[in-house]
Design a protein around this ligand. Structure first.
Ligand code: SAH
Length: 266
């Protein structure tokens, strides 16, 4: 698989600094250690090296989804890859699943959901702000090279309800400020046994959501989680955690759609 025009490429310098560019014939990549003509990158294999005009070696790779997300165009704050990884597992996103997401934001989670559901699955994503939907569209198209057929983007306030045709969903993933306002709609739209996940930066939001889900009924709370990822320095004589880490992003609430009342087991 050789690198072609239009592809996104990651360049890593000797300090480990990463750059992301989109290959275009005739274009030039500039950085503090010289320049590289895109034409020299087109046709290379990922994993190869190039030298800049000032002799700096650069490693040439295709960015991973996590790399891309961290450099994606931002409207709304994206969910960090460490949390996206956990969400995919906790929400049990499987190939062929029908998933409803809100809000779309910058489309970072949307991209991960699309991957996990595969071509047989479907991602329906609600976003109330037009300008964010535009950014999400841009990011998705930039990474995938197209807007996939199995993605439905709706400019819509999910607090007002879920469209008839968007129901019968397997999994629902929320990243918006007042998830408790979606609980009743989620109860209508989720298939029996379906999974409801909400991601929020403060535990007060999760607490209110949990209380309302309990009051509304039809949900079994699986758990509330937070993910901490600590990276390490691994050098010749240094083998220890990095001094700094992202200490807080958000909490993940997980529940399953169940029958409202337990049967009489007597
Ligand atoms: N998960 C996204 C970021 C979402 S940020 C990502 O990874 O890129 C939260 C988004 O929810 C914002 O874009 C906001 O406009 C949207 N939002 C807030 N309330 C909403 C509602 N009622 N219906 C739909 N979208 C909503």
């Amino acid at each position: 698989m050789k690198l072609a025009e239009g592809e996104i490429v990651q360049l890593i310098d000797s300090k480990g600094k990463r750059y992301q560019i989109k290959l275009k014939r005739g274009a030039t990549f500039f950085f503090h250690r010289g320049v590289v003509e895109h034409d020299r990158l087109i046709g290379q294999q990922p994993g190869s090296w190039v030298k800049s005009s000032l002799g700096e070696p650069l490693l040439v790779l295709k960015p991973t989804l996590a790399d891309f997300i961290l450099k994606a165009k931002r409207g709304a704050q994206v969910i960090y890859p460490k949390d996206i990884g956990a969400i995919l597992m906790l929400a049990d996103i499987f190939p062929g699943a029908r998933v409803l997401e809100a809000g779309t934001g910058s489309g970072a989670l949307t991209l991960a959901l699309l991957r996990a559901v595969g071509e047989e699955g479907r991602v329906i994503s609600y976003e109330v702000r037009k300008e964010f939907l535009e950014i999400a569209r841009w990011n998705i198209e930039e990474f995938l090279g197209l807007l996939p057929q199995n993605l439905i983007l709706r400019e819509k306030d999910i607090y007002q309800g879920i469209e008839e045709e968007d129901r019968e969903i397997d999994r629902m993933v929320l990243d918006l400020p007042e998830p408790w306002r979606v609980v009743e709609h989620a109860r209508e739209a989720l298939k029996p046994g379906g999974i409801f996940v909400a991601y929020n930066p403060t535990i007060l939001q999760i607490f209110k959501l949990a209380r309302i889900a309990e009051k509304v009924g039809g949900f079994y709370q699986v758990g509330v989680y937070e993910m901490l990822m600590r990276s390490w320095r691994t050098e010749q004589r240094v083998l220890r955690p990095e001094l700094r880490m992202v200490a807080h992003t958000g909490f993940i609430y997980v529940a399953r759609r169940i029958r409202k009342t337990a049967p009489d087991l007597a």
